[in-house]
Design a binder for this molecule. Structure first.
Ligand code: HEM
Length: 518
């Protein structure tokens, strides 16, 4: 067959087939609807009724039926957000954690949800968090209730209170580190111990030691359940957390509250000696606008969610920081020099001062910032749209979940060149507004930001001054790839560095030295 005839015939056949298909589609409303639905699924879709009729949904893929894209997120981590942001833009739709969701993945849209239009969105916890830790957390309540509670509960975490608590945090850090000398330790496990002890001081405060330790164990199991698959079948972590650990934690909280009521009218806490209160004490005395106190179930939910918020990201952040210092020996030397300078100006047993934290640790603060950017320990904030919210010709449908993907812009090369490379010097200049929001922003911004800085700075101060360490072996779970939240931890072998040579500072490497002096 001549080429021209072949082209003609092929074209005719294709055109005829396309025409048949079109006729079929146009004449069958069911098929037409199906095609439109499939297109909507992949590329957008429009609102069919109400004031925003005709406006479109953001583009994006809803993934598999039922499962949505949750498994893809689990495997791809931050690349999930960045790849979709590149495909669909700063606002896209998906289906995650059992809900149709809109993701905001750019600074402008993140600001829109967290700040400008915050009252149209309600804070939510992921389904496993709400189920295991409770739905009465004050953050999930109506904006006025939330604002009132937040104002009161913020007290112990404000700089004035934190300044008074430095010796307590320092004592916990020194005590943990004392056990590291000459040993191989798993940094994640140790970081968890440290941040949980600190969190317990601020949240639970005064309570019998035995009950505090039991509560710590129950909370550890509970939190393990939060990050496991929500399969409510005997034997799974989720089942154990729901059926055993939550009950145990609540029973222990009951005991602690009875103890507190007997002791000192609820407010007792190490911080109380300095005129403040701890979070539990404040919750026990809180009243709503009608003078009603919180129900005991509401106190359980708030304490457990608070502990979770304080513990989980902080432990990951500390573990990450140690990993980064281990892998960047030049950076470690610079950080160490910063802390030797601070300690050199102090007398033998002088505590760290607020001034040191705020003014003297600028390099370490930049390392913390870059760690939070690259590790994305809190990858996103989670909301529910309370109404249909228009945004740049699109609509966030009422009832859909809205995800502010901090990781998407914190790992975007447009705002942070070579985003997977650790470079603390990028924070010598302020990042562009809303491109770096590891603590969120607006009415729900993190309440523990200052405490997180305090506890990391105090720990790193004592670690770099007194100890040297190296990564230990290549055991299972010891390796974690860049930009991946450490799961199994990171073992290091630690030894004591030595003691301070003179009042002015100056350190001598002295392996095996046991003195506490520095
Ligand atoms: C690395 C450490 C931490 C990170 C990255 C972090 C991050 C965040 C983020 C992103 C939010 C906003 C959530 C939202 O927008 O829905 C938040 C909220 C919150 N954080 Fe943190 N956080 C950390 C440590 C802490 C600590 C140590 C505490 C307490 C002692 C704490 C207490 C809270 C509370 C109570 C909220 C809820 C505030 C509200 O809804 O009004 N966080 N945190």
């Amino acid at each position: 067959m001549a080429m021209r005839e072949w082209v003609d015939e092929t074209w005719t056949t294709t055109a005829a087939a396309a025409a048949c298909a079109m006729v079929l589609i146009m004449s069958a409303p069911f098929l037409k609807k199906l095609v439109v639905k499939i297109q909507d699924y992949a590329c957008g879709g429009t609102i069919e009724s109400g004031p925003y009729r005709g406006m479109r949904l953001p583009r994006g893929s809803m993934g598999l039926p039922m499962l949505g894209e949750s498994l893809t997120l689990k495997t791809q981590r931050h690349k999930f957000w960045t790849s979709r942001q590149q495909m669909y833009g700063d606002v896209f739709k998906t289906h995650l954690f059992g809900y149709p969701s809109i993701v905001v993945a750019g600074p402008e849209s993140a600001r829109f949800v967290m700040v400008d239009q915050a009252s149209s969105f309600r804070q939510r916890g992921l389904p496993t968090i709400e189920k295991l830790l409770g739905r009465s957390f004050f953050g999930y309540q109506h904006e006025k209730v939330h604002a009132n509670f937040r104002k009161i509960l913020h007290g112990p975490l404000l700089p004035e209170s934190l300044e008074r608590s430095i010796p307590i945090v320092e004592a916990i850090a020194i005590d943990i580190l004392k056990h590291w000398d000459g040993k191989t330790v798993n940094t994640l496990e140790e970081a968890k111990k440290y941040v949980f002890k600190v969190a317990m001081e601020f949240v639970i405060g005064a309570a019998p030691q035995h009950e505090k330790e039991e509560l710590t164990r129950a909370c550890e199991h509970l939190i393990r359940g939060v990050s496991s698959l929500p399969i409510n079948v005997p034997g799974t972590n989720y089942y154990k957390a729901l059926k055993e650990s939550r009950k145990k934690a609540c029973a222990l909280l009951d005991k602690i509250m009875s103890f507190r009521s007997l002791q000192d009218g609820n407010m007792g806490s190490v911080l109380n000696n300095n005129g403040g209160g701890d979070i539990l004490g404040l919750m026990m005395t809180l009243e709503d606008e009608n003078g009603c106190k919180l129900k005991v179930e509401e106190i359980y939910d708030n304490v457990l969610t608070f502990l979770y918020a304080a513990y989980d990201p902080s432990a990951a952040a500390l573990c990450w920081m140690i990993k980064i210092l281990t892998e960047h020996s030049d950076l470690l030397a610079e950080v160490r020099a910063e802390h030797e300078m601070i300690s050199g100006k102090k007398s033998y047993d002088e505590n760290i001062k607020w001034y040191d934290i705020k003014e003297q640790m600028q390099l370490t603060i930049r390392v913390i910032k870059e760690t939070l950017r690259i590790a994305n320990v809190v990858e996103f904030s989670y909301r529910e749209a309370l109404e249909e919210v228009p945004y740049k010709g699109m609509v966030f449908p009422k009832g859909w979940r809205v995800i502010v993907a901090h990781a998407a812009y914190q790992m975007n090369s447009k705002y942070f060149p070579r985003p997977e490379e650790f470079d603390s010097s990028r924070f010598r200049v302020q990042p562009k507004l809303f491109t770096f929001t590891p603590f969120g922003s607006g009415p729900h911004a993190c309440m523990g930001r200052e405490l997180l800085h305090l506890q990391l700075l105090v720990f790193i101060h004592h670690l770099v001054l007194k100890y040297s360490w190296e990564q230990h072996g290549n055991e299972e779970g010891s390796e974690f790839t860049p930009v991946h939240v450490p799961k199994g931890g990171f073992p290091i072998h630690v030894k004591r560095r030595g003691k301070r040579q003179s009042f002015e500072g100056g350190w001598k490497e002295e392996s095996g030295h046991q003195s506490e002096a520095y």
